[in-house]
Design a protein around this ligand. Structure first.
Ligand code: AMP
Length: 430
């Protein structure tokens, strides 16, 4: 979309989109005032039944861009049977989309069920058998239900492939293809992806018919309104610096990314020991633990959620104030997915990255992908040169090796309570 098109999209209202009053009421109940650019671009053709390829990342409002047309189209069709299927890479995304259907469609008779692994099959089977109209599923679990004969696709009219690139990354494309080949050929298909790797292009070529292409932003641009900043620091001082950063109370709701599950757990524990309210979410935790952690974060009981990439994929938390990358991701695109968790749907948020010396190469790949250089800053008063922490056995005394946890918060020099980093930073828009 060009800048003038985007500006025009910003002035639009939902009343101009071909949506019934029942859906407009649902939209109003959710507090959405105007449609996002992808919603303006996608909804009219999608309601008209056209296939669609949407290049848009999380945070653009893409979920409502495909759910609203689904709801609109299905309102006119006899219900009580499966009419639409959304395939999505993670259970969190499935639950999130199911929640949106419930909210957006609350003035309609349409129902959705989320189908995902890691929990019992009984309730999902019941939903499938009792004819909910919309299923939002991860591919593996849906195949399990299919192999047991629980799913009747004969009335299916609409298929959505959500976050197709992520399904590719997670190795789901063979499952997706198997599911696709079991669906009626006469149907509308919409594919959404933040990036368009060749396998995803091939998938759309094989399964979509004359799709309209909708693109919001460049495929690689980071989410609108994100303020990026790098904080160079030796690796052994990263957790101490994180603790120091978190003493800034303007960081109200912070998503911290760690590279591994063990590191996520360890860091959450260290933050808790330092008196910061933190929890962790990653793929090794049970569904119940993940839901509990997410809810605790969403409701503000925990200020900090430490996550691995895969676990964080579907996280939809209103008002994440900051994303902090404890580690630089190896893949530049992952950085964009991470920072997409802040500044969601055009709010502004900050993305800070603790940059180890050995991560400079990965970092320059990210800057190349973004198309600009990210500013660097140092935190005043932080002891960058403290020695490495002692070996784990030396930590039994309850310290963290850096002697940091009991230090009073140091105030930012001359910045009157505002963010204490950012002296040399500037806001960038893409
Ligand atoms: P998504 O890109 O689908 O993950 O959506 C990101 C966030 O934007 C979600 O929290 C949605 O509730 C929110 N959202 C979607 N559409 C709108 C809209 N038109 N106005 C405001 N927020 C929206």
């Amino acid at each position: 979309m060009t800048e003038p098109e985007k500006a025009k999209a910003r002035d639009r209202t939902f009343d101009e989109l071909p949506l019934s009053s029942e859906l407009r009421r649902g939209i109003r109940d959710l507090g959405y005032i105007s449609p996002t650019p992808i919603q303006v671009a996608a909804i009219p053709d999608a309601v008209g039944g056209r296939d669609m390829v949407g290049t848009a990342q999380t945070g653009t409002g893409k979920t409502a861009a495909f759910l609203l047309p689904i709801l609109e189209r299905l309102m006119a069709v006899p219900g009580g049977r499966l009419l639409a299927l959304v395939l999505t890479p993670t259970r969190e995304l499935a639950l999130q989309a199911e929640g949106f259907v419930r909210q957006l469609g609350r003035h309609t008779r349409l129902r959705a069920a989320a189908v995902y692994g890691g929990v019992g099959m009984g309730d999902q089977e019941k939903a499938l058998r009792h004819g909910v109209e919309i299923i939002i599923a991860t591919p593996g679990r849906l195949l399990d239900h299919m192999s047991r004969g629980y799913v009747d696709f004969s009335h299916l009219r609409i298929l959505v492939l959500d976050e197709a690139d992520r399904m590719l990354d997670m190795g789901f494309l063979p499952d997706v293809r198997r599911i696709l080949s079991a669906l009626p050929r006469q149907r509308q298909t919409m594919l959404f992806s933040a990036t368009m790797p060749v396998e995803v292009v091939r998938l759309s070529r094989d399964f979509l018919h004359d799709p309209k292409t909708v693109q919001v932003g460049s495929t690689t641009a980071a989410a609108i309104g994100v303020h990026h900043l790098a904080l160079p620091v030796a690796s052994h001082r990263k957790v101490a610096l994180l603790i120091e950063l978190l003493r800034d109370e303007t960081m109200t709701s912070v998503l911290v990314f760690a590279r591994t599950k063990r590191r996520a757990d360890r860091v959450a524990r260290e933050l808790s020991h330092a008196g910061l309210s933190a929890t962790a979410i990653h793929g090794d935790r049970s569904q119940a633990q993940r839901v509990r952690a997410l809810e605790g974060f969403r409701e503000g009981h925990h200020r900090v959620l430490v996550a691995t990439d895969i676990a964080a994929r579907g996280i939809d938390v209103e008002g994440v104030s900051h994303v902090i990358n404890l580690d630089v991701p190896h893949e530049a695109e992952v950085y964009i997915h991470r920072v997409g968790r802040t500044a969601r749907a055009q709010r502004q948020g900050d993305a800070l990255t603790l940059l180890g010396h050995e991560e400079e190469d990965d970092w320059s790949q990210i800057e190349r992908l973004l198309g600009f250089t990210i500013d660097r800053a140092r935190i005043p008063g932080f002891d960058y040169d403290a020695p490495s922490p002692p070996a784990p056995s030396g930590r039994a005394s309850g310290g963290y090796g850096h002697g940091y946890s009991r230090r009073p918060p140091s105030r930012p020099a001359g910045r009157g309570g505002g963010p204490r980093y950012g002296g040399s930073s500037r806001r960038r828009r893409n």
